[in-house]
Write a protein that binds this ligand. Sequence first.
Ligand code: ZN
Length: 239
Amino acid sequence: MSEEYFGAFGQQNQRKAPCPECGKVTRVDTLFERIDRWHEEGPDISGLIENYVFQCRGCETLFFAKSTGNSEDYIDYYDHVAGEHVQEFIDQKSFWPALPQTPVPSWAGFNLFGADQTLHELLHSVYTAMNSNLPVLAAIGMRTAFDRTAELLGVNADLSFGEKLEELRKGGHISGVQKGVLEVLIDAGSAAAHRGWKPKDSHLATMKEILEALIRDHFVLKREVEELKRSIPSRSKPA
Ligand SMILES: [Zn+2]
């Protein structure tokens, strides 16, 4: 790193970074940057900590980027095309806000807010946790959102999760198959909370789909169907 160092994102006028608003990598202006170098004498390790405030040149959104790297984190390989030995340092880059991996569905906005503000907040906490790479919190949040859903559907809040599911099935809110899948969802939330289980992205995606379907069917679609029914003129007009 002895030659001129422009930072982990290259020269200022050529920088690109993932804009959280555009949802993709865009060209950015650098509004702030600070590059700190550190060195530890004993083990003879040195490194860089870089902080940036970027502004997307497309939508003008501001976001924060951090990159860290040190003299021990590199890959060594022989480049057969160039015919030379290459040592490449690995930067750990992180962004805030991060690029959303889990977009919020349109029905989870105003429609859900109108149906129940608490459930709306809980579901959005789940999306935030998923988009912030916090899988355990996302799983626990899903269980809490399910709890609220059951309560809104008239299930006694004092019952255990298993009993709540059975109540929902008996009340015709969920099918036997959905109950089986939801048991997995609830168990996943408890496993994360009490047994240190860390759900994988694919697990979370399945859990999210089940929860979303339940909430959408009962609190968004039902209302829309009722409105639709009201808007259709009755077949036989009373005389
Ligand atoms: Zn943008």
